[in-house]
Design a protein around this ligand. Structure first.
Ligand SMILES: Cc1ncc(COP(=O)(O)O)c(C=O)c1O
Length: 426
């Protein structure tokens, strides 16, 4: 299976795209491209690694483009949702309710009721939420399966802002302090039949993922031995998402197969069909399957450096702009006809976005081939946590998103119109 989209393939695809009549016009100062075949390969790879009864609930927050969610639906996988609108999207798209997982640390009573009536799988984030669910569960005659989110407290990954299994975390019930209460909850609530953990997103090592799994698995086995007497079991084991991807071309690529092989070796029962596994991968599915092309509007040349004014900045790469040391994207340069530029200019570059604040910068002091006005900056591996985190600052229009499958193009999302933008603020 392919690991990433290569520079030369991007250049070829871009050439075809700009020569496809009616696809791109002059207003498209930035365009996002998704390789849909690659995306589907990623989904297939997931399905092949897990038992057949696994629910692969792909995280909507990573990439909520409706036409991509339709691909997931048609591939017979599910969705992880973390807000009422995400839940609504899943329902509206016709995902069957037993393939929809509803997480979120701040579910309102109304949201819980909505999810219970729908029959979605709910993961309670706290004991207080569990009490709230218990009041609604019978009243709604729900058929939902309900789990508890555990914080396995295996420590932070290399990126603090996306690590959620440290000693203190805003998510889940800390296992070390509340082990006994967790066990008692399962004894008390007869409908409780699931467990959930999620360690973080990017910056997490395979060893950390395995440590989290081990801690929670041991707890589940202990609880199941107690529930056996009552003829009940924890059936749903939600391992969360968080499998890291590679954003650096010279870095080794994390291997999902290796992680699953080790998890199977450690806990063969977990993969035997006895449990119904749930996964919630987002970044692994989408991040490497997309790239963005942003036109260079101006090149400002100074004595020792050049600044490129482009059309995607902190509105699109929010995490990168605010926390540049944690997030990296490879950059390529295409000329206006889509040819890949090579060589290194004699001055270093700053790539600036279009927004009105100083740190709207997506790369600093980088070496690039000589860039000219009208060229395109390609930002690699932008398929996850980019459009979904789009910032409305300066009211810039969200760019056009194009998908390609077997070399034919189609529009996944039109560029936001001025009218849409106006209505957003109305
Ligand atoms: C509960 C939960 N599940 C799944 C995910 C998806 O994580 P990733 O996209 O890294 O796989 C997230 C993202 O942070 C999350 O909070």
């Amino acid at each position: 299976m392919k690991d990433r989209i290569l520079r030369k393939d991007i250049s070829e695809t871009f050439k075809k795209a700009i020569n496809t009549e009616g696809l791109i016009n002059n207003n498209d100062s930035a365009i996002i491209f998704y390789d849909i075949d690659f995306l589907n390969e990623r989904v297939d790879s997931l399905k092949q690694l897990f038992p057949k009864n696994t629910i692969h609930a792909i995280a909507v927050k990573a990439n909520p483009l409706i036409r991509i969610l339709e691909e997931f639906r048609d591939a017979n996988v599910g969705l992880e949702t973390a807000s009422l609108p995400e839940l609504f999207i899943a329902e509206k798209l016709g995902f069957s309710s037993n393939k929809i997982v509803f997480d979120s640390p701040s579910k309102t009573t109304e949201e819980i009721e909505y999810a219970l009536k729908l029959g979605a799988h709910l993961n309670a984030d706290s004991f207080i939420e569990l009490v709230r669910i218990s009041k609604l569960y019978e009243a709604t005659k729900s058929v939902s399966n309900i789990g508890i989110r555990i914080n396995p407290q295996v420590g932070s990954g290399t990126i603090k802002s996306t690590s959620v299994a440290d000693k203190i975390s805003k998510f889940g019930i800390p296992i070390d302090e509340h082990r006994q209460e967790i066990i008692e909850s399962f004894l008390k609530y007869k409908w409780l039949n699931g467990i959930h953990l999620h360690i973080g997103s990017q910056g997490i090592s395979i060893m950390q993922l395995l440590d989290g799994l081990k801690k929670v698995y041991e707890l589940v086995e202990e609880i199941n031995s107690l529930l056996k007497i009552e003829g009940r079991q924890i059936v749903f084991f939600d391992i969360g998402g968080g499998f890291p991807v590679s954003y650096n071309f010279d870095e080794s690529i994390p291997c999902l197969e290796e992680y699953i092989k080790m998890a199977k070796f450690n806990h063969p029962e977990l993969f035997s069909g006895k449990y119904k596994l749930i996964t919630e991968f987002g970044r692994y599915i989408s991040a490497n399957t997309a790239w963005a092309a942003s036109r260079v509007e101006y090149v400002k040349s100074e004595a020792n450096y050049k600044i490129l004014s482009t059309h995607l900045g902190a509105d699109f790469l929010l995490r990168k702009a605010y926390n540049p040391t944690d997030w990296h994207h490879e950059i390529s340069v295409l000329d206006k006809n889509g040819n890949l530029k090579t060589g290194i200019d004699n001055k270093k570059y700053i790539i600036a976005g279009p927004l009105c604040f100083a740190s709207d910068i997506i790369a600093k002091d980088i070496e690039l081939p000589k860039v000219e006005q009208g060229d395109y900056i390609v930002i690699h591996d932008i398929g996850a946590y980019t459009l979904s985190m789009w910032s409305r600052y300066n009211s810039r229009q969200m760019p056009k998103v194009i998908g390609y499958k077997k070399n034919s193009f189609y529009t996944l999302k039109e560029r936001e119109s001025l009218e849409d933008l106006y209505n957003f603020w109305k």
